[in-house]
Design a protein around this ligand. Structure first.
Ligand code: NAP
Length: 311
């Protein structure tokens, strides 16, 4: 990267995603000055200690003069953050976000917009179950998709703004795609939101059984259940906001999922091995397609180095 894409960026919300953007932007030279603000004074202090960039004392001071403002707060906090940021932003600057739900995010950002700035919602398909400024790392977005869901607007230079934001994310190592917000929310409901809901639920069920089985659930947790616990350790605020803001798409997926689960339940009850074989075989082909698309590793146990006896 010869020249930064943006002379100055403002990152609002310095958790896993915000701090990873700050680290990546510095490491790969895609931003000149990096200014950060978090509503939590303790997080501001920790972000300062980590040397992530200039820590602003207020939201307005952080966004003042920035070419691009990136909201990295939970989806439910986007409206308030956008409303606070927009009046202090310079004309023609870009307002974007990283929220996991795009329909509601776009509505929140657009409602705050005053027509002087470019609103381009976005979502990096990358993350971990960790939170906070210490959890971020510069390579988080390498090879990951970044989905932009531009909204209709007549601010001059909209195409150039989209090109610059795309270049910024490509500079962080991401593969950029534009998509309609509603389509994003339908796709993510099945690929991310429903799997998290299932993980939260199975861990809750096991938690209740743990009392009955006196510690045996944790003791023998391996393979499948352990992977669910990793997903279920994700931030409760973030996930509460995802389900509250992508309600329709999640409920649609959940309805289909419940029907399919009931079919498997019935097959088990009636000893219908053919149905079980057919469904499990079909599932393997999806796994193969994900590996062929380079979205995961084919290594045994996701490449984890775990002694054989644990399986
Ligand atoms: P996080 O680690 O919990 O960090 C969010 C930070 O924003 C917290 O420090 C929080 O402070 C702060 N904050 C909340 N409201 C604010 C406001 N109005 N103004 C300024 N700061 C505020 O969260 P994250 O995992 O980075 O997630 C951030 C966003 O990225 C979410 O919208 C999420 O949907 C999206 N996302 C997450 C992942 C993932 O894997 N984690 C992946 C892709 C996208 P408090 O903790 O004090 O509230």
């Amino acid at each position: 990267m010869t020249e930064p894409v943006f002379s100055r960026i403002a990152i609002i919300g310095v958790g896993l995603i915000g701090s990873s953007i700050a680290r990546g932007a510095r490491e790969y030279g895609v931003a000149g000055e990096i200014v950060l603000f978090d509503a939590n004074p303790d997080v501001r202090m920790r972000a300062g200690t980590l040397g992530l960039g200039t820590i602003a004392a207020t939201l307005e001071a952080a966004v003042d003069g920035a070419d691009c403002v990136i909201l990295c707060v939970p989806v439910g906090a986007l409206g308030g953050a956008a409303a606070g940021a927009v009046p202090a932003m310079k004309d023609g600057a870009i307002l974007t976000d990283v929220g996991s739900v795009k329909g509601e995010a776009a509505r929140a950002l657009e409602a705050a917009s005053d027509g002087r700035i470019h609103v381009i919602p976005g979502h990096p398909i990358a993350g971990t179950e960790q939170s906070g400024p210490e959890a971020g790392f510069p390579t988080l977005f390498q090879g990951a998709w970044h989905i932009l869901t531009p909204v209709e607007g007549n601010v001059p230079g909209a195409e150039d703004a989209l090109a610059r934001l795309s270049a910024f994310w490509r500079g962080l190592g991401a593969k950029v795609e534009t998509m309609d917000a509603a389509r994003h929310d339908r796709v993510l409901a099945i690929t991310s939101h429903l799997p998290h809901l299932i993980a939260f639920n199975i861990v809750a069920t096991a938690f209740d059984m743990e009392t009955v089985e006196r510690g045996e659930v944790v003791k023998y947790s391996a393979g499948g259940f352990r992977d669910f616990t990793r997903i279920a350790a994700s931030d409760p605020v973030m996930w509460r906001d995802v389900f509250l803001n992508n309600r329709d798409a999640v409920l649609e997926c959940l309805g289909r999922f419940s029907e399919d689960l009931a079919a498997l339940q019935r097959a088990i009850r009636w000893g219908d091995g053919d149905t079980l074989m057919r469904e499990f075989t079909r599932a393997r082909t999806i796994r193969k397609a994900i590996i062929d698309a380079g979205q995961d590793s084919a290594s045994v146990n996701f490449g984890r180095n775990v002694p054989k006896a644990e399986e």
